[in-house]
Design a protein around this ligand. Structure first.
Ligand SMILES: NC(=O)c1ccc[n+]([C@@H]2O[C@H](COP(=O)([O-])OP(=O)(O)OC[C@H]3O[C@@H](n4cnc5c(N)ncnc54)[C@H](O)[C@@H]3O)[C@@H](O)[C@H]2O)c1
Length: 107
């Protein structure tokens, strides 16, 4: 199946690298739209809090984050190999200065 079809029928898994002020709201927004999201972060604090459905960023709704995690729509990991399952990866580490808020990498 082509990537565009996987996006249209929402079977494409989406990866987000970095679950901070840019990445976590982005991950929640994508999961809210019906895509499964795998978030990768090097921070134990970020990974454990996301997987517990606990918000640590002001602009993410606590209840929505918990619901998406409980439904299996959003999961965080340290393990970069898991992101190989993702068809699209949003890498927030690359966002800086006058550039776009995030860069999109096709896997
Ligand atoms: N927050 C903003 O309003 C804003 C605006 C413009 C640009 N930016 C840029 O966007 C980028 C992200 O900003 P932010 O505010 O989300 O930062 P943040 O510090 O809130 O979050 C960054 C996250 O990335 C994680 N991380 C760092 N290295 C990693 C790696 N190698 N692999 C996986 N995860 C890693 C950190 O643990 C952290 O959770 C930065 O480059 C920043 O300069 C941010």
């Amino acid at each position: 199946m082509k990537l565009i079809e996987k996006i249209q029928n929402k079977t494409a898994v989406i990866g987000v690298i970095g679950l901070g002020y840019v990445g976590l709201p982005m991950a929640v927004t994508v999961a809210r739209k019906g895509y499964k999201v795998i978030g990768v972060d090097v921070s134990e604090y970020a990974v454990t809090h996301v997987n517990a459905g606990q918000n640590y960023i002001g602009n993410v709704d606590d209840d929505e984050l918990k619901e998406l995690v409980d439904k299996g729509m959003l999961r965080a990991t340290f393990d970069y190999t898991e992101i190989k399952r993702a068809k699209l990866v949003l890498d927030t580490r690359l966002a800086c200065g006058g550039q776009k808020a995030a860069n999109l990498v096709r896997m």
